[in-house]
Design a protein. Sequence first.
Length: 299
Amino acid sequence: MSYKQVDHLISTPQGQLAVRQQGTECAPNILVLGGISGGREVYTQSGEGWWQGLFRDTDLLGYNVWSLDYLGGMGASSCAVTPGSVELQAQAVEEALLQLGVKHLHALIGGSYGGCVGMALVAASKLSVARLAVLGAAHRATAQAVMLRSLQRDFIELAEQAGDAERGVVLARALAMVSYRGTTGLDARFSDAAGAIDFMHQRAQRLVQRDPWQARRLFTEFGPALDAFRVAPQRVQVPTFLLGFKDDLLVPPHVLNELQGLLPRCWAYDEVATAHGHDGFILNTAVFGPRLQEFLEDV
């Protein structure tokens, strides 16, 4: 079996969606969706994909894997208006895959925002999806997550009023970095708090420098969509693997326990003991990869 990688640009009613196909073309289809700043560069042969470990630790290259740049996000997709809801983003993904001839997915793997898109797609999709893996995402936003995202938008608005729009986006991303990482992990990594502050601002600046306007939309467009997201778990009628992460400030265990109890076909709910918090879905693939692989291979 030879590795193949092809990029597609698909026109949908919401805009043009940049979609990547890679892995083993004749194998079952798997759709991989990441967080709001994640895109189709999930895996590269040079080892620079942002979710490289997922492919390594679950043997995903044995499948025909699809990934994409979200409409309005950090990538090559384009749209006149960013989809105002998770459901509209899911509709665009569905439309693009159907145009590409993908009518059945062996699995959909969604991390963070991608887990929300995955649930919305499965709940209302024309696609046939055999199983769903939701990593660090839930059926509704928590009050704390909504509060944090509201502050991000406040930073942007105040900075724009002060005439320094880019600074507001950097501060919004810096606050996001605090919420993405676990408290114990940051404390263990930085014995000197000054180092933690430098890390926070450096990582924020790195994203914004890629494209300040695109980065701004992550907070002004994607944030409200996540705040308003609600899906009735009873509508997710496929085997579902839930994965949570210790110290996750955005998707804490209580909301995942709630989701587990409402899902008609919850295959399992596992919680990873990680110091990385919410970012465990990216950084702890070696821990949960074998379990996810078991789910993908379960008949």
